[in-house]
Design a protein around this ligand. Structure first.
Ligand SMILES: Nc1ncnc2c1ncn2[C@@H]1O[C@H](COP(=O)(O)OP(=O)(O)OP(=O)(O)O)[C@@H](O)[C@H]1O
Ligand code: SF4
Ligand SMILES: [Mg+2]
Length: 339
């Protein structure tokens, strides 16, 4: 991956929600990582670990509490910066951010919720083109019909209403609408989680084809490690809003380092790990509340390898071998590059 260009540099990003005068919930806690151009970047972790919040902060749908989201995509040039220099999305004005929106899109778990039941499929896609391009009505119609074809629907679907479509077809419309504006980056938040196994496979295949043909980068949020393993190039594991581990997908499944990743992977059978003669580390106990997170390592209350230091000192997040990052005191002595 080292020859890859960086599309996003996420640095020390935090997102807190103020619940009351005294209570603050840290949903994303000081995370730093890069996203490469053209990669399928996976984000996994238990419910509530901050996956969706992180995706939304990157897209600036939520305002970051602190940190940087430096974007090196085409919008940087449209805003008179070089792509190399990039632009920090957290510091843009609303007008500048509108310019960036064309580059960055989101696909949700429930496509029905993001489609207006009174609007035809064609109108939904065409509207995205009207808002973001200078195409006239005829060209919009033509482009929409092409997009329907690209996502495996028929031109006849132009006049269909969402409720006449299956779950898979609705998600195809969601994909067509997201790619209509020719984005560089799409956050997919559990985009295939609600679909049946066979439909899921078809949609993943479609997403793969689209990313190859269109120079797209995906930020793929999922709780399904099996899907992440097969679909993603790299995978980041989040726990209580913190990054535990980040590595190429194959490396993560072969050589997981963080005890949390270990329990997470062991909790899922049938992932090709059978035959590995290792003690299974079951994940026990409740996830602590992000309102009052544990001191030291966020995972220490559930970690079977917890040491004294873990209870007081938060482990640094560091690169322990090329492209393999981990935040755990077990690896404190390894050569590392902190980022
Ligand atoms: N708008 C909000 N206001 C207050 N708290 C929020 C808000 N959105 C998310 N949270 C809290 O932030 C934490 C992270 O939530 P988030 O939805 O990002 O997790 P997730 O990993 O996407 O979970 P899931 O797998 O269930 O979708 C949770 O504790 C959640 O309750
Ligand atoms: S730092 Fe300590 S508590 Fe945290 S995961 Fe590593 S060994 Fe477990
Ligand atoms: Mg979520």
């Amino acid at each position: 991956m080292s020859d890859k260009k960086i599309l996003f540099e996420i640095r020390d990003l935090c997102k807190s929600f103020k619940l009351s005068k005294k209570r603050t919930l840290k949903a994303v806690n000081n995370v730093s990582f890069d996203i490469y151009e053209g990669e399928k970047f996976g984000v996994v972790g238990e419910s509530g670990c901050g996956k969706s919040t992180l995706g939304r902060v990157i897209l600036q749908l939520y305002e970051a509490s602190s940190g940087k989201v430096i974007y090196h995509g085409p919008a940087a040039e449209r805003l008179n910066k070089s792509r190399e220099e990039g632009i920090d999305l957290c510091s843009l004005s609303k007008r500048e951010m509108r310019e960036v929106r064309k580059d960055i899109q989101m696909i949700f778990q429930d496509p029905a919720a993001s489609l207006d039941p009174r609007e035809t499929v064609g109108d939904a896609i065409s509207e995205a083109l009207r808002l973001n391009t200078r195409l006239d009505a005829k060209a919009r119609r033509e482009t929409t019909e092409n997009l329907l074809q690209t996502v495996g629907l028929k031109a006849e679907h132009y006049n269909s209403y969402p409720n006449s479509l299956s779950g898979g077809q609705k998600q195809r419309v969601g994909i067509a609408r997201a790619i209509a504006v020719d984005p560089s980056f799409i956050v997919l938040d559990e985009a295939v989680s609600a679909l049946d196994v066979s439909v899921k496979a078809q949609i993943l295949k479609l997403l793969n084809q689209i990313s190859e043909n269109r120079d797209l980068t995906y930020f793929f949020i999922t709780h399904d490690l099996g899907v992440a393993k097969h679909f993603c190039d790299r995978i980041m594991v989040l726990y209580l809003g913190n990054v535990c581990e980040l590595a190429p997908a194959k490396e993560l499944f072969k050589n997981r380092l963080h005890p949390y990743t270990e329990s997470l992977l062991d909790a899922v059978p049938r992932l090709g790990l059978a035959g590995r003669n290792r003690e299974r580390e079951e994940l026990e106990g409740e996830v602590p509340s992000p309102i009052d997170p544990p001191k030291g390592c966020p995972f220490h209350t559930r970690c079977k390898k917890c040491m004294e230091i873990c209870k007081n000192e938060k482990p640094a997040y560091k690169e322990v071998s090329e492209g393999h990052f981990v935040a755990c005191h077990l690896y404190d002595d390894m050569n590392n590059n902190k980022i």
